[in-house]
Design a protein around this ligand. Structure first.
Ligand code: ATP
Ligand code: MG
Length: 1078
């Protein structure tokens, strides 16, 4: 629930001056002081906010504060500028009423700050979104830019606005900001060329020199040293609490956010630099022959640099400083300028340059921030104009500024009164007029078209003949002498003839805010605001787009001989427009007051504040406000606030609020003349009555507080007790539950144990029975199975015995054989016939089969092997087979011959020329030719002989000569004898009676005995006409030597006899051959 608060809560002094009792100037100031000392810088006079400058930062502008004041009624919270801003914004948004915030007060009173607080508050509470935020940011960032160019340090304010500013913020129907328009009023341009003591030129000059980078300064041909520039006053070049360098960065950043292009910023800075340079141009006199004074530029360096910056031809500008051309109708007259005139021209140029630059800046900002839509807009105007000021030396500028303030005061008086009156009429309350000072008379003195001061000044300026400030003053002395607010030493009524505080060249005006003495010097000039045409034309010729733009009248094609309107005229017109504009809007006032002249916090100079209170007409404001009734409030909040004071209205009033208030006031016996019932509000005449109500309320609140306390305490104790009781019941319940649970669990546990025992016992019993039953069943089954088995076996025994055994056997055998054959298949030996390996026999009973298979396999692989043979190879193997049959296991020499191939013709008799003759003798094909050893019959020694075998005979021939020794037909050969030993001896025995047998048998020896004998035997066998040659193998045989038969006996000699076979004739009958034992 939202807590309803009021301005009246925790009030320091009174938050609204209307409630001041008794009302006097002293109590008014005392109240301000009291509040100021408690940092309450805002106080109301009805809906007007009085703002005291605290000269220190207070924590009352935070985001939380914004939230606090957002959407709250004006009098709901303690006075604050945010309350006013909120009220204005809400009536703009919700009631569609255009608003203006009028901020007045003297210089340094806090107007500019107040305007910024209002803007920032509105920015914080209005709509959000990317586009809206951009608009807000641009609106807010226009402030630093304008402040840099339009504010300066003065004696009264370190950041004094030297121009008037009125900003219209435009909103759409939802209350979202769309853009804005800024109007500026008369910049105090005289400050550019001259500043009073202790004051500074515009901030931007110092900011540029302190904050710009070296590079920028170089480009602008500037030096960081302030003392190098005539236009910059030095005595307060740096201001406490102002960081010019940081401000420069802020300004540049703000320019970027507002939407200035980089080249625009550069152009602006070039112009600022040009003004500084301009101030440094000095002149020296130069007399001409015709007696006229002429001036010349002293040191041309600054002139040159300035011309370079602005792209102006140096000679053109130089000439413009030396001559002045006056055009009248068709005539052109050129006169020379003396030094003073040259300086005047220079300063006029600087002032114009700067003030036009300032106006351009405002226009440029307007271009950026202008609303992008043509739809109807709601407008909130914020007016922050230079404050009323009184200097030691007041000139045209102060006159203009004070005139403006005078007008604002006028509008304030008019509107507050009107508003007040309107309210009474609206509410149907009787209204009595109140006396107050109306400053319309002063405004009339200044702006009156017929004989107002401004009109006189214009008249004087336009008048032909010699016009000086003195002639202007004379005129005033004549025209305004009778005016009660005009004072001059020489005025016609000679009232002030002896007033020494009033110098001769001055006049004094009694402004609403005090008397101000104006020195007339410069009034005419400043009002004329003349810039020699030569200078504006020189500027127009510049090769610099911005400068060209600022001096359009310099365009020779558009020469206008008419005088431009005077400064005073322009200002009066623009103030007039402003006033008209303000009158169309709902005004909201902020009246700023300066607590001291020292710009210091905590100091409250009563006299100074009193003076401001007076001239601002604040007392009158309060009086007007209280003329009828001091306090008014809508019925509903009033009833809400005081309903506790009456039993009928407390705690709730069912009827309409007005009746409730009526009942309340009657019940409280408030005198009838103390209040009046309006249509929507109750009006209370005296603050006393309000305070009576407030006091009653306070007491009642105390009683109520006690009652509430009592009830609360009772309630607290009761609830505490009830809570305890409830807790106790809960605890008891929980405990009982727990105890019962425990008990139950114990019983349950025991029951389970007993149960389990019983169940176990029962189960075991059943198990035993079941086991017994099962055993019985098993026994029965076994017995019946056995019996059935016996029966079946008995029946089937015969079949079983007859076939089953055989079948099992066959099956087993089959399985074994299968396994055996498959095993054998896997372990088969290689296909080589000489491979002796054969897998081991697995079963004893398969022995025969196994051997048979081995044999079969061997035969098969031999057959395979043989099938590959050629005929030739077959014959060779036939021979080898024959040799085997003859000698295998019979003669020890045989195994050696197995590996030797039977070549036959070892001597290659056909080819060898040595044996050609021999070859020719042999008719048949030679089957064998080799060298053998012929054993001498007499001594047993061997002699080499060639041995040739043909189909029909064998031949022995001399090895050397090849001469045939013997040729024996095979038909005559009866047998061949060889030993069983490892020797090569063989005897060729001839048939008895054969022709070749005359010399007896041949005893020969050869290592190739096996081959020779085999071939002999085969050749013999091949011819069908003779018997086979017989082969005798024995270690003793008889050989026929001529007539004698000699026995050849083979003995095994000792191994020591060497390897050789020795043959010896032992006697006539015995030839002994000793063969080494193997
Ligand atoms: N509410 C505030 N809180 C803190 N300081 C403030 C406040 N109002 C004003 N000041 C201080 O007072 C100084 C002067 O205020 P400001 O510039 O607003 O005066 P002004 O009324 O605009 O004067 P001028 O008419 O010369 O422009 C500010 O620079 C600031 O230091
Ligand atoms: Mg200001």
């Amino acid at each position: 629930m939202e807590v309803k608060t009021s301005l009246l809560d925790n009030m320091i002094g009174v938050g609204d001056m209307v409630l001041l009792d008794p009302l006097s100037e002293d109590s008014f100031i005392e109240n301000l002081k009291n509040r100021f000392e408690h940092n309450e810088i805002y106080t109301y006079i009805g809906s007007v906010v009085i703002s005291m400058n605290p000269y220190k930062s207070l924590p009352i502008y935070t985001a939380e504060k914004v939230e606090e004041y957002r959407n709250r009624n004006f009098y709901e919270l303690s006075p604050h500028i945010y309350a006013l801003a909120d009220e204005a914004y809400r009536s703009l948004r919700d009631q569609d009423k255009d608003q203006c915030i009028l901020i007045t007060g003297e210089s340094g009173a806090g107007k500019t700050e107040a305007s910024k607080f209002v803007m920032s508050y509105v920015a914080a509470v209005c709509g959000k979104g990317q586009e809206v935020n951009k608009v807000k940011e641009q609106l807010l960032q226009s402030n630093p830019v304008l402040e840099a160019f339009g504010n300066a340090k003065t004696m009264r304010n370190d950041n004094s606005s030297r121009f008037g500013k009125y900003m219209d913020i435009e909103f759409d129907f939802k209350g979202d900001p769309l853009g804005g328009v800024i109007s500026n009023y008369l910049l105090e341009k005289s400050r550019v060329v001259k500043q009073p003591r202790g004051e500074r030129n515009f901030h931007i000059f110092y900011q540029l020199l302190s904050g710009a980078s070296e590079d920028t300064l170089k480009k602008l041909k500037l030096d960081r040293d302030f003392s190098k520039y005539n236009y910059l006053s030095l005595d307060s070049a740096t201001v406490n609490g102002l960081d010019d360098a940081a401000s420069f960065r802020t300004v540049r950043n703000a320019m970027q956010i507002v939407g200035f292009m980089e080249d625009e910023v550069q152009s602006v800075l070039e112009l600022v630099a040009a003004v500084l340079k301009l101030g440094n141009i000095e002149f020296k006199p130069e007399s001409r022959v015709n007696g006229f004074d002429e001036s010349r530029v002293k040191d041309k360096n600054d002139l040159k640099e300035m011309c370079e910056l602005l792209g102006i031809e140096q000679s053109v500008l130089e000439r413009a400083f030396s001559f002045r051309t006056v055009e009248a109708k068709m005539e052109k007259v050129s006169t020379t300028l003396n030094v003073a005139q040259a300086y005047y021209a220079r300063d006029a140029l600087a002032k114009n340059l700067y003030s036009r630059l300032f106006s351009w800046l405002v226009n440029r900002i307007n271009e950026s921030i202008k609303a992008q839509t043509k739809a109807r807009k709601k407008v909130m105007g914020v007016l922050d104009i230079y404050g009323f000021e009184i200097f030691e030396d007041n000139s045209f500028e102060q006159f203009i500024i004070n005139y403006c303030n005078e007008k604002l005061q006028q509008i304030f008086i008019e509107l507050t009164l009107r508003e007040e009156q309107e309210e009474y009429v609206r509410e149907g309350i009787e209204w009595t007029n109140i006396k107050y000072f109306n400053n319309a008379i002063i405004c009339h003195l200044i702006e009156n078209n017929k004989n107002g001061i401004l009109a006189m000044l214009d008249e004087e300026c336009l008048r032909p003949g010699t016009v000086t400030d003195e002639t202007f003053l004379d005129k005033l002395n004549t025209v305004c002498a009778e005016h009660q607010h005009f004072e001059s030493r020489l005025s016609k009524n000679s009232k002030f003839l002896t007033d020494h505080s009033l110098p001769h060249n001055c006049f004094r005006i009694q402004h609403y805010a005090g008397k101000v003495l104006y020195r007339v010097e410069g009034f005419v000039d400043k009002n004329n605001d003349l810039l020699y045409r030569d200078l504006s034309q020189a500027m127009y010729k510049a090769n610099h787009s911005l400068i060209k733009l600022l001096f359009p009248e310099g365009n020779p094609a558009k020469v206008n001989l008419k005088r431009p309107p005077t400064a005073g005229f322009q200002f009066r017109a623009s103030v007039g427009t402003l006033m008209k504009n303000l009158l169309t809007k709902n005004p909201n006032y902020i009246r700023c007051i300066k607590p001291n002249d020292k710009k210091a916090p905590h100091i409250f100079t009563e006299s100074l504040v009193c003076h401001q209170v007076r001239y601002l007409g604040l007392m009158e404001n309060v009086r007007v406000r209280r003329a009828g009734y001091a306090f008014r409030q809508a019925y509903e909040p009033c009833l809400e606030r005081y309903k506790m004071l009456c039993k009928q209205t407390w705690p709730h009033w069912k009827g309409p609020p007005r009746e409730g208030v009526e009942v309340l006031l009657t019940d409280l016996q408030v005198p009838v003349e103390e209040y009046a019932y309006g249509r929507s509000k109750i009006f209370i005449r005296n603050p006393r009555t309000l305070f009576f109500l407030e006091e009653k309320r306070r007491q009642c609140l105390e009683d109520l507080a006690t009652l509430i306390q009592k009830i609360y305490r009772g309630w607290k104790c009761r609830t505490q007790f009830q809570l305890l009781k409830k807790s106790q019941v809960v605890v008891a319940a929980w405990y009982k539950r727990y105890a019962q649970q425990k008990k139950y669990q114990n019983i349950r546990c025991s029951a389970l144990v007993v149960q389990s025992f019983i169940r176990g016992w029962k189960a075991r019993k059943i198990l035993r029975e079941l086991k017994y039953k099962k055993r019985c069943e098993e026994a029965v089954t076994t017995i019946s199975a056995h019996w059935h088995g016996t029966q079946v076996r008995r029946e089937y025994r015969k079949f079983f015995r007859a076939n089953a055994g055989k079948k099992i056997y066959d099956f087993t055998i089959q399985k074994i054989m299968q396994k055996y054959f498959l095993g054998l298949k896997k372990t088969m030996p290689s296909m080589s016939p000489i491979d002796k390996s054969w897998p081991a026999r697995p079963y004893g009973f398969l022995d025969g089969t196994h051997q048979e298979l081995r044999r079969m396999f061997h035969l098969w692989r031999c057959k395979k092997y043989r099938s590959q043979f050629t005929e030739e190879k077959k014959a060779t193997y036939d021979e080898k087979l024959a040799a085997s049959k003859l000698f295998k296991d019979k003669k020890a020499l045989y195994p050696n011959s197995v590996g030797q191939p039977f070549k036959g013709d070892y001597l290659e008799i056909n080819k060898n020329p040595k044996y050609q003759k021999l070859n020719s003798l042999v008719e048949d094909k030679v089957l064998l030719a080799d060298v053998v050893s012929k054993i001498n019959r007499a001594n047993g020694k061997g002699a080499p002989r060639l041995f040739l075998l043909t189909k029909k005979n064998f031949v022995l021939a001399d090895q050397k000569t090849g001469q045939v020794k013997a040729s024996v037909p095979l038909l005559e050969l009866s047998s061949v004898s060889v030993s069983t030993q490892n020797d090569g001896f063989f005897a060729l025995k001839l048939k008895e009676g054969a022709t070749s047998a005359a010399k007896g048998d041949f005893l020969l020896s050869s290592d190739r005995l096996i081959e020779i004998i085999t071939k002999l035997h085969r050749t013999g066998a091949a011819s069908a006409d003779r018997n086979q040659i017989k082969i005798d193998i024995a270690d003793e045989f008889l050989v026929q030597f001529k007539q004698d038969k000699v026995c050849v006996k083979f003995i095994q000699g000792a191994p020591k006899n060497g390897n050789g076979v020795a043959c010896k004739r032992k006697n006539n009958r015995l030839l002994e051959v000793s063969v080494p034992s193997p």
